[in-house]
Each structure stands twice: as C-alpha cells, then as structure tokens.
Design a protein around this ligand. Structure first.
Ligand code: PHE
Length: 450
C-alpha cells in the first residue's frame, strides 16, 4: 500500500475525498452538457450507450487512475514518470501525464467561458428578468449574451480568477468546506425542478425522449460522443482524478469510494435531463438546441413558479459552484507540476496557468460572435477544442491508463492498492483493463475518426 504523504497535502478523510472527487466530477458536464448532447444525439439510445460507457469503461478506468495517483503521490506527470521507472517500463509512459495536463489546460480555457454564462444568469435571475418570460424571449436573452464579447469576457475573467484563487491557496482550506454544504443543496434543488417538470404537460414526452431507445438515431459519431462524455463527466483520462488520488489517505478502499462518486455523478446528470426535457416539450422548444439548451429552458420554468426568482438564483449559484469545483481540478495537475518542477510557489504557478488559459479562452468567447464563421472541419474554435479534448484526448488518456495498469503494473501490487475485496471482482476488473476497455476505446476512436 502507498505511503501517507504528499508535498501538496492530503484530504482529511475518505468522506472529504468523496466530496472533492464528486465536486470534480459533477459540473457543467452533468447539468449543461449531458442534456444538450442527449438532445443533439436523439435521446434514449444515446443515454443507454452513455450509461454502458460509464459502467463498463469509466468506472474501471477511474479506479485505475486514482490508484496510480495514490501510488505516485505527485503531479500526474511526475507520478507517471516515477511509476514507469519502478515498473521497468519506458519513460514514454509519462506522456499520460503530459497529454492530460495539456488537455486539462485546453478544457479549462473553454470551461471558464461557459461557467461565465452561469454567473451571468445568476445576476439575471436575481434581478427578476425571467418572471413570466416566454420561450421566445428567453431565447433572445441567451442570444444577446452570446453576441456580446465584452460581457462574455467579463464573466470569463471573473470565473478564472475565482478558480485559480482557490488553486493558489491549495484545496484543503476553502473548497472542502464550501462543497460540503453546496453539493447537498444542489441535489435538493434538482429535486424541486424535477418535481416541477413532473407536473408539466411535457413530462411524458420528456421521459420517453430520454429512455425510449431508437437505435436508428445512433451514429458512429454519437457513440464517440457518448464515450468521450463518459470520460469528461467522470473527470477521467487527464490526470485530474489522478491528482486527487495523490492526496487520498492510504487506508481507504479506492474501488468502493469510486463507485459512490460515479453513482452520484450519473444521478445528477439524469436528474438534470429529467428536469429539462419536459420543459423543452411543454414549450414547443427543440431538444437539439445545442449549448444553449439549459440556459433557454430552465429560466422559463423558474419564471412561472412561485418563488422562482429565489429558486432560480440559487440554481445558477449552484451551477456556478459545481463548475468551480470542477475547474479547480482541471488546473490542479499542471499547477502541481509547475510547483514540483520549477520549485515556484503555488500562487505564481496559478497566476501563470490562469492567465494563459484565460487568454486562450478568448478564442472560445469569440467563436460565439465575431468568429462564429471561422470554421475548420465545419466546427467553430469552441467546437473544435471541445471535440479534440473530450472525444479524442480523454479517451486516449484512458486507453493508456488502462494498458499501463493492466499490463505494466504487477498484479499483487494492484491487488493491495485498489481495495477490491472479492478476488473474482478483482480479476474481472483487471480483465477489463487489459482487454475490454482498450478494445472498446480503440474501436470507438477508429470508427469515429474515419
Ligand atoms: N467532470 C467535469 C464536469 O462534468 C469536467 C471535468 C473534466 C473536470 C475533466 C476535470 C477533468 O463538468
């Protein structure tokens, strides 16, 4: 079993690791992205493939990634370097850490822009702009926000400062305390919204949209999107969860803990979908509206319910918080590496990374307005960054992690590390990493790219 020390600190308990990992996993991916890609990819069949990807590939790879982190106890780049050396494997395996740190940086750049939308909506909600709003006007408010680069940049800047502010201080102090309260409240609010959706005339239609499988709607690209999203939503394949694993106490069972985190993450996504689609159908909106789906639909619901101004404001505060706790984990691997490599302070590392990601984020800001016509492979800069990171880099990272743990790490070592009590389950897990996950990921990537 691994040692009990890391230069960056340790989570105080297993419970705090669960909170931190759930904080990382639950974010815009669940509340904003999952509903809109489900809408774009035709609903039920996509949801089914996504759930399969989570359970068959996501959870086993997540257990592997966290174990690597805890065995290495450093930034993912140095962890992979050290573990490869110990296992007598090629130093090239540290590319898992490298590619991950770059992917995390790229995702952070656009994640911050979208999280900025949530900040902006918090203010809009609080000022009562959505009371009794029509679907048309709700769409217009969203359109106006996207058309305004200055506005977007201000919110993007605010979010980036919030994020790197926490990273600079280390994660123990502020964040742990905040998410302990906020995550449960997020669940409660999602239940309230779900209750509202349940009573709306669109519920039946929304429900069937999410759970009736129509496989004719499934394309190879949707399968690729489902796999990529399984990685994205679990914060997998780029070292974020590896970095968090590095701060995990030595005596907790990784496997059991990760199953809880994956369950919570999936529950939030499904609830967000069940809250949104009924409103879409009840108001004659399009499920395939794209990235604006969350922002155009939920304000309509809040606008109609009593106490909607308060609930709506709280909701967007919580979305912002969920995004915040995820963004922190996107920055952590690369910031931790800067601290180790250049012996600089966390603050300086956070400023350098934060500023560079902010700068790159401007490309995403512009892709919604002045650069909306600039396209490569029929994708805007934002779409391209999203596709490259989520659908290619994360699965590739996951593939390498599976192969490394399955083939390069000794079986006994892993058995001691992961805390899977039943030998047969352990064998199944290892088989998945050695064969099932790599074959599935390669098949999806190859099919999707051709
Ligand atoms: N899991 C986060 C979400 O669903 C995003 C994320 C991806 C965070 C990768 C860290 C690493 O919003």
């Amino acid at each position: 079993m691994s040692s009990n020390a890391s230069m960056h600190g340790l989570w105080q308990s297993r419970w705090l690791f669960i909170l931190a990992a759930t904080g990382s996993a639950v974010g815009l991916g669940n509340i904003w992205k999952f509903p809109y890609i489900t809408g774009e990819n035709g609903g039920g069949a996509f949801v089914l493939v996504y759930l399969l990807c989570i359970s068959i590939i996501g959870i086993p790879v997540m257990i592997a990634e966290v174990s690597l982190g805890r065995m290495g106890r450093q930034s993912p780049i140095n962890t992979m370097k050290a573990l490869a050396q110990k296992a007598g494997a090629s130093p090239l395996w540290s590319s898992i850490g490298w590619m991950g740190a770059i992917a995390g940086f790229l995702i952070l750049s656009f994640y911050s822009v979208i999280a900025g939308w949530a900040l902006s909506y918090t203010l809009d909600m609080a000022s009562g702009n959505f009371v009794n709003i029509s679907a048309e006007n709700s769409g217009k408010i969203f359109g106006d926000l996207l058309a305004n680069p200055t506005q977007l940049t201000i919110w993007h800047t605010a979010f980036m400062i919030l994020t790197l502010g926490v990273v600079a201080r280390g994660v123990n102090a502020g964040l742990e305390k905040a998410i302990k309260v906020l995550m449960p409240v997020l669940f409660i609010l999602l239940f309230i919204l779900f209750g509202y959706a349940l009573s709306s005339s669109g519920f039946g239609q929304g429900f069937s949209f999410m759970f009736d499988f129509d496989f004719s709607k499934l394309t190879t690209e949707s399968i690729m999107v489902a796999l990529g999203h399984a990685f994205f939503t679990l914060s997998l394949g780029l070292g974020a969860i590896m970095a968090y694993g590095a701060y995990m106490p030595a005596d907790t069972s990784i496997a059991k803990t990760i199953i809880i985190v994956a369950f919570l993450d999936t529950a939030v996504a499904i609830m967000a979908g069940l809250a949104i689609f009924p409103i879409v159908f009840a108001n004659g909106l399009e499920p395939s509206a794209g990235p604006g789906l969350l922002f155009q639909t939920l304000p309509i619901a809040f606008g109609q319910m009593s106490g909607g101004v308060i609930f709506g404001t709280m909701f967007f505060v919580l979305v912002s918080f969920a995004a915040w706790s995820s963004a922190i984990s996107l920055a952590e691997p690369i910031v931790a590496w800067f601290v180790e490599k250049f012996k600089m302070s966390r603050t300086l590392a956070a400023v350098i990374i934060g500023f560079s990601a902010w700068l790159l984020g401007l490309a995403t800001v512009f892709s919604f307005n002045i650069w909306s016509d600039v396209k490569m492979f029929d994708k805007t800069v934002f779409d391209l960054l999203d596709f490259l990171t989520t659908n290619i880099m994360l699965p590739l990272g996951g593939l390498l992690i599976a192969i490394f743990v399955g083939w390069k790490m000794s079986e006994t070592k892993m058995m001691n590390e992961v805390g899977i009590d039943y030998p047969i389950l352990f064998k199944l897990w290892r088989f998945t990493l050695r064969f099932l996950a790599p074959i599935a990921i390669i098949a999806v990537l190859v099919n999707g790219l051709i």
